[in-house]
Design a protein around this ligand. Structure first.
Ligand SMILES: NC(=O)c1ccc[n+]([C@@H]2O[C@H](COP(=O)([O-])OP(=O)(O)OC[C@H]3O[C@@H](n4cnc5c(N)ncnc54)[C@H](O)[C@@H]3O)[C@@H](O)[C@H]2O)c1
Length: 341
């Protein structure tokens, strides 16, 4: 039986990944410090023998004890501070969780490998944001230079460098995934798509940063989980893999597309639901886009959900699980962050 640790398993992607792995009958331990929620909404009813939650910070040395007891074959490291606006207000938290947290996991794996002569695979979940801003029509491949611009992306880039250094110096079995923007069930309400859905359901204006021309590549979360799984199963140790959908859209067009999908579902949209341009984020990257030839050709992975059906499924989920929004502190999640002045 394969034992798997998922860190950050109470977060958006982590919860989806835990569900994905538990359904495949793996033994899964989820390590999360519950900083932003009371637990995972998606996992609250998960009461099965092959799943266990441990409330722990990834900076804690107790990780070593968990490795000894559980003997995982693989760790998916998703625990991180993830909101770019929050990283502008409190960069130190990002250094703590994203850099030092990853460092602690690497150190505990190194200690474990030395003492028990057993290797643990580490799949470190990173982001397309490490490649920085891109000009129109350009794409970042795994060989593109890192040019992070926010404290968030800089902390993710630093962690990636540490991972690669540990692979080379200590022969730790690591792989990195660099994924584009995710959307789907259970995403924290501070991110763009849940914010839009919440405001649409509450007859509120739709805040769009700057002129709404900032463009992102969007992937349905289940496709990301599947990509991570393929990396674990077929990926080559020491390599990085981009995970993208090829679907690029600016924020304005994404908002209009979401509104169209909701209208098609014959949902009445209130009069106050109008796009409202708000002050841009300082240093806001204009465009990210991934070249995913490597994962498509070498691991035969490709996404299976198009934008329309992904958004449709996402909206239906939030509608059905409206109480999800009450799971979080309103003061923390519905306040504008990251304006520097
Ligand atoms: N959401 C995206 O679009 C996206 C895209 C590419 C990569 N990623 C990466 O995927 C991972 C998960 O992202 P997400 O969107 O699910 O984020 P999220 O904010 O929803 O979840 C992160 C989880 O990590 C936990 N965490 C944070 N610091 C911790 C610490 N020190 N110890 C233990 N747990 C801690 C939080 O409590 C939270 O449950 C992150 O590493 C992120 O950088 C996200």
């Amino acid at each position: 039986m394969t034992n798997i640790i998922v860190t950050g398993g109470n977060g958006f992607i982590g919860s989806n990944l835990v569900n994905f792995l538990v359904k495949k009958k793996y033994n899964v331990i989820n390590i999360d410090n519950n900083k932003y929620s009371k637990g995972s909404y998606l996992l609250k009813n998960l009461k099965v023998k092959n799943y266990k939650f441990i409330n722990l910070d990834i900076n804690d040395k107790k990780i070593y004890k968990i490795l000894i007891k559980f003997r995982p074959d693989v760790i998916f490291n998703l625990a991180a501070e993830t909101h770019v606006d929050r990283s502008i207000d409190s960069p130190k938290d990002f250094v703590y969780s994203n850099i030092l947290g990853t460092f602690n996991i690497l150190e505990q794996i190194r200690k474990f490998k030395k003492k028990y002569k057993k290797k643990i695979k580490l799949i470190h979940v990173s982001t397309d944001e490490v490649y920085g801003d891109l000009e129109k029509n350009k794409k970042s491949s795994e060989l593109s230079p890192y040019k992070p611009s926010s404290p968030y992306s800089a902390s993710k880039a630093s962690a990636d460098h540490l991972i690669n250094a540990y692979a080379r110096t200590y022969k730790i079995d690591v792989m990195i995934s660099n994924c584009c923007n995710n959307f789907g069930p259970g995403q924290f309400p501070e991110k763009l798509i849940p914010t839009l859905i919440f405001n649409i359901l509450n007859n509120k204006s739709l805040p769009i940063y700057g002129t709404g021309k900032n463009s992102r590549e969007w992937i349905y979360v289940e496709d990301h989980c599947n990509g991570l799984f393929q990396i674990y199963k077929k990926g080559k140790i020491g390599e990085s893999y981009n995970i993208g959908s090829g679907i690029n859209l600016n924020n304005l067009n994404l908002t209009k597309f979401l509104l169209k999908i909701i209208r098609n579902k014959k949902i009445l949209i209130g009069k106050k639901v109008k796009i409202k341009f708000v002050k841009d984020r300082p240093g806001h990257d204009f465009r990210y886009s991934l070249n995913c030839k490597k994962i498509r050709t070498k691991l035969k992975w490709r996404p299976s959900t198009n934008l329309s059906s992904g958004l449709e499924k996402t909206f239906s989920w939030y509608l059905k699980n409206y109480e999800f929004f009450n799971f979080f502190s309103k003061r923390k999640f519905f306040k504008r962050l990251g304006l520097t002045i």
